[in-house]
Design a protein around this ligand. Sequence first.
Ligand SMILES: [Zn+2]
Length: 262
Amino acid sequence: MGLLTNRVERSEIKPGDHIYTYRAVFTYSHHGIFVGGSKVVHFTPRQNPNTSSDGSPDLYDPAPSIASSCEIFPDCGFRQPNSGVVLTCLDCFLGKGSLYCFEYGVTPSVFLTRVRGGTCTTAASDPADAVVHRAMYLLQNGFGNYDVFQNNCEDFALYCKTGLLIMDRLGVGRSGQASSVIGAPLAAILSSPLKLLMPSPVGVATVTAGMYCMSRYATDLGVRSDVIKVAVEDLAVNLGWAEPHEALAEEDTKGSGRLVVR
Ligand SMILES: [Zn+2]
C-alpha cells in the first residue's frame, strides 16, 4: 500500500478487508467487505429506480444490472428479497475500476492530510472474523433502506469493520463520503464535536480555510463521541427496524437530543 494512495493488488487483500473502487470517473466510490473466495459483500440501492433521494439514480446506482451479467460465479448477485446487501464476485464489484483498501486506525494527522474523504478513519478495525461475520449476517438480514447521506455502502462497510454506529435523531450515517459530496456540510459545522475542537471564536477565517478537513475529522467515526458499539444481531432493534425497543428509544431522545443506548 502506498503512502499517498490506498491502491492495492488483488493478491494483497484478505478476508475482512474494507475495499472500495471509484465509479463514474472518480466522482463516486463504492465500498464493500471482502469475505474471501473472490467474493465481496456490499450495500447497494434496492432494485427500484425511484428510491434515490436526490434525483440522480444513475450516479448512486453502482450495480444496476449486477445479477444477470456475471458469467464467473453462478451465485453472484445473491441477495435476500427486499435487501440492499448483495454478494458478488470481486470482478463485478470492481467493474472496470481499480482496487483500493480502506485504512483503519490512522493517526489524526494522517487523516487530515487526506484530500479525499472516505479513504481512511481513525477508528480501529475489529478482527477479520468478526468483520466477515457481520457482513454475512447482514447479507442474510439486510441493512435497512439505502440512503446515500444516511445509510450508504460506506456506512455499511464501516459498520462491518468497527461495529460502531452513529446514533442521533436521524439514525446512522454522515460518512466521509457523504461529507465529500456536499462539501463542508452545514450539519457538520454546527455539530457539537466540531465546536469542541474549535479553541475559541477568534480566528474564524483560519478555521474556515480548514473547515473542510475539520468537518471530515469531526464526523470521523474514531473521533465522534456519539458512536456506540452495536452487535450485529442487535442492529435491527437499534436502528428502529424492529419494534420491541422503539418506545424506549423514543423516550431517551427527549431532553438530550441524542439516542442513548445502554
Ligand atoms: Zn460476478
